[in-house]
Structures are given as C-alpha cells and as structure tokens.
Unconditional design. Structure first.
Length: 105
C-alpha cells in the first residue's frame, strides 16, 4: 500500500537541477526533479554503483550518474546509457498548497 509523504515546498526545487530529499519513514534518500513545470521522483542511489544521482547532471529528463556516466530517464526509470542496465525506481508525485508530495511504497 502506498503512502503520501511531504517532500518539500515547491520553492526548494530548482528547475533542471536534481535535489536530494529525505522522506519521513524512508531510510534512503530520494532524488526530486522539476523539468518544464513537471515534478519527478526517483531513488537517489544509482542502480549500477554507489553514487548519488542528485549529484549528477540533468539533461532534459535524463539524469547522468556522476560516477560512471550511465544515465536514466527520470520519467520511467529506464536505464538508457551504459554501464547502467537495471532500471531506477520511480514514484508518483503531486503538488498541493505549494508543497511537493511523493507516493511511496
């Protein structure tokens, strides 16, 4: 069953730059993105190596891992650049009263 958790105010999410967030009850950090007014949420840890994706470069809806240069589509989690082959977990996001919420498992 999913639970809705507060992530942060919308004013704290920069355009086209990943932001690391910590959700209540979640042990691992998440990566939050705003691209063209749309919000996306993924696990922050790269599926290939121990690297924080929120330290990576965001090019459109592609996050590039800072460790090995692999990449993921933040909309779907699909691994789109080698050496990343396993998909990244994504989560639904909604905005209410100028705050960003994520739906976490």
């Amino acid at each position: 069953m999913s639970r809705r958790v507060l992530l942060c105010p919308v004013t704290e999410v920069p355009d086209n730059t990943p932001k690391q967030v910590f959700a209540e009850g979640q042990e691992e950090p998440l990566a939050l993105y705003r691209v063209n007014g749309n919000y996306y949420l993924t696990d922050d840890l790269c599926t290939h190596g121990l690297a924080s994706l929120s330290d990576g470069d965001l090019e459109g809806t592609t996050i590039i891992c800072p460790l090995h240069g692999g990449a993921f589509d933040i909309r779907t989690g699909a691994a789109i650049e080698y050496p990343c082959t396993r998909p990244l977990r994504t989560y639904p996001v909604d905005v209410e009263d100028d705050h960003v919420y994520g739906m976490l498992a």
